[in-house]
Structure formats: C-alpha cells, structure tokens
Design a protein around this ligand. Structure first.
Ligand code: AQP
Length: 348
C-alpha cells in the first residue's frame, strides 16, 4: 500500500507553480487512491522559519494554506492535513538523521544558495557569508527528509525543483541504515508532476515563487480573472513576434505555451500548441493562455474565502487538530521502531 507524503510552506498564498507542480497532483492522487493507501499533506511551518517570519502573520498564513488545500479539492476524510509543528516526531527524527547525514552532500544543495542570494539583495551585505547563513537554512533538507521518513512514505509528489532534496532523503536512509546496520527507514520514491517548473512572469529564468518581492511575477490561486489577464498580458517574453516552442532560447514564450498545455482540457503537447498558433502573434498567445488559466482556477478563490470565514476559523482549526492527531500516531509508530530494535540505545 502506498503512503503518500508531501509538504508546502506557509510562506504566502500558493501560486500557479505550487498548484500545477504539487497541489493539483495531490488532489489527483487523492482521487485515485484506494482505501488502504495513506495520504498525508503537511503545512511545513518549521521550514518557513528558516527565513525571518512574523509569528502572527505566520499563524494566519498557516490557516490560509489549509484553506487553500481544501479549496483546490483536498478532502480531510481522505487526506490527512496538519501543521508540521503539531507533530514533534518530525524534529526528533531530524536530529537522529543529522547525526549520520553528510555535510558535503548538504553543501552541494542549490536551494540554500539561492535563498542566500535573496538575503544579499535585501541589502544585508556587511557580514561574512557564513555568519549570514543560518544553520537551519543549511540543514533544512534533513528536516525535509525526516518529514518524509517519519511517516514511512513510499511516494513523495513534488515539483521539479525538489528532486535534489528527495535524492538527499534517500541518501539519509542509506547513511542511517549503514551506520546502524538496521533497515528501519523506508526509501521514498519521487513522483514528479508531469508539468515542467513554472517560471516567473517577470524573469523566465527564475522559478515562480511565493517569496519574490515582485507580485507581478506570479499568479496566485486566488487571483481574480482581471489580475490573471493583466499579469499574463504583461508577462516578459521576447521581441520575436511569432510563436515557436524553444525552451532554451525563448523561455518566456515556452512558459506560456507550457501553461496552456497544463490548463488544457484535452491532452496536448507544447509543439502542438505552438503549431496551432502558426501565423499568430504574442498577444494572441497571451490572451489564450490567460483564458485557459482563468478557467483552470475557476471557483478556487470563492471556496477559499468561504472556508476562511467558516465558524470564524474554527472549522479549519478543527480539521487541523484531527489531522495532527492521525499524523502523530503514524509518526509515533516509526519512532517506536527505534526503541524496539535498540537503535535508541545505540544512539543515546
Ligand atoms: N515554480 C514552480 N513550478 C513548479 N512547482 C513548484 N513548486 C514551487 N514552486 C514551483 C512546488 O510547490 C511545492 C511546495 O513548495 P514550497 O512552498 O514548500 O517551497 P518552494 O519550492 O520553496 O516554493 P516557493 O513558492 O518558491 O516558496 P518560497 O518562495 O517561500 O520558497 C513543492 O513541491 C515545489 O516543488
């Protein structure tokens, strides 16, 4: 039986990249899962604090993320939804994994480097790089590995940008099992979304991201149709006013074509979409893309708003409390394995 686990940071309202790369995939898995399969989706608030956060705002965003997951169709009867910080076994296992994880491997991860660059841009240039780099930002792939392994996940559906971290999670399993000569941890498989990485609408060389300071770089799953149209019509492409699909040379145009493919009701390919725009111009492509995205996100905004208001937030809090209870029990089962097989005595 499959155990499906994935997480999302409560760092802002999810955007089209989060939706196509991860959340829509979660909903599809939920819809095909059998009774014996387990699905767990965590709002990973402990990951969010690798960057400075305002506590009150973070609590609000956590709840908004839960509302967003329900609004796109996750069903708490079928999927366990919970905040990472509600299940302390995640951090307990993280420490145990940290003691066998390789510093060299971690230092080759690219994501902390890009966050570091973002810190630079904010003007914090005075200190040495190593003092700006916080330990949590460096080691958070270990927490991510613990998130997955503590639930004995067999499959982890993530966007294309997370492949490297999943490889690291498997490396953690190998290191741990080798050091303690035990096969306690399950090596998870990556389920990559069929969609390529969704790129920023202002800079097609960057991925679309919640934390980019430029709001016009992204479309939120709660954007209004007017906002969606404005952002797509204003997307940075290039000055060749014809439609071709060339990922390397025309990334801005390719991003719009790929969005059309993802939002199309019939299966299609980027090449087919490009062919169907033969003789058309970039304005035509953008207008078509905007309507496809408006249709894809139709209804989410309304459901999201209603869910946030329902019983003054109590409805969402109750769903989280119930999800956290199930997740805690599941994680405890893993942590019990450690003491049953005496690994705990070997470790501390
Ligand atoms: N641009 C993207 N295209 C496809 N998939 C994406 N994901 C994120 N951005 C894209 C996928 O969304 C899931 C949840 O991501 P996350 O919020 O946990 O962290 P992230 O990858 O760091 O996402 P953001 O939006 O860039 O957030 P910030 O700016 O806060 O760091 C993951 O499965 C990811 O693959």
């Amino acid at each position: 039986h499959a155990v499906i686990f994935s997480g999302i940071q409560p760092t802002g309202t999810p955007h089209l990249g989060n939706y196509l790369g991860a959340m829509r995939q979660w909903k599809r898995l939920q819809d095909i899962a059998g009774d014996e399969d387990k699905l767990l989706f965590s709002i990973v608030d402990l990951h969010a604090i690798t960057m400075p956060q305002d506590a009150e705002a973070l609590r609000t965003r956590r709840r908004e993320m839960l509302a967003a997951l329900l609004a796109i169709g996750l069903d708490p009867e079928k999927s366990t939804l919970f905040y990472q910080s509600s299940v302390m076994q995640h951090t307990e296992l993280m420490w145990i994994l940290s003691c066998t994880a390789s510093m060299g491997y971690l230092s080759r991860m690219t994501q902390y480097k890009s966050k570091l660059m973002a810190t630079n841009k904010a003007g914090d240039l005075d200190e040495e790089i190593t003092s700006r780099l916080k330990l949590g930002l460096f080691s958070y792939p270990v927490l991510q590995a613990a998130d997955i392994l503590v639930h004995r996940a067999t499959h982890v559906p993530v966007g294309d940008d997370q492949k490297q971290h999943l490889e690291f999670a498997r490396e953690c399993v190998t290191n741990f099992n080798h050091t303690y000569n035990q096969k306690l941890l399950v090596s998870p498989e990556t389920l990559t979304a069929p969609s390529p990485r969704v790129m920023s609408l202002r800079d097609p060389y960057q991925k679309m991201s919640k934390s980019s300071p430029n709001e016009r770089s992204r479309i939120l799953i709660t954007s209004t149709p007017t906002e969606i149209r404005q952002r797509i019509m204003g997307a940075v492409t290039d000055s060749i006013n014809m439609i071709t699909y060339e990922r390397e040379d025309r990334p801005g145009v390719a991003n719009l074509i790929e969005l059309i493919v993802q939002c199309s009701s019939e299966p299609t390919t980027p090449e087919n979409v490009a062919d169907s725009f033969l003789g058309a111009n970039l304005g035509d492509l953008k207008a078509y893309c905007a309507e496809a995205v408006v249709l894809e996100l139709d209804g989410i905004r309304e459901r999201f708003t209603k869910l946030l208001e329902r019983q003054g937030g109590k409805y969402l809090d109750d769903i989280e409390a119930a999800g956290a209870e199930i997740a805690r029990q599941n994680a405890e089962e893993t942590m019990r394995l450690f003491s049953v097989t005496h690994v705990k005595e070997n470790v501390y």
